[in-house]
Design a protein around this ligand. Sequence first.
Ligand code: FES
Length: 56
Amino acid sequence: MYVCLCKGVTDKTIRAAVADGVSSMRELRQQYGVATQCGCCTSCAKDVLKEAVSER
Ligand code: FES
């Protein structure tokens, strides 16, 4: 599912990013642009990130 529509980032992309070492919203923002436009996805992106990190 799409987490960030503005940047076309899916939960799968976020999980793959976490598997590659990403562990913060700052890194997700810098590397994928998540939450850098409208910001609507911030809380959903945080949830997916948190879940993926806890499963690592
Ligand atoms: Fe992510 Fe707009 S949906 S910045």
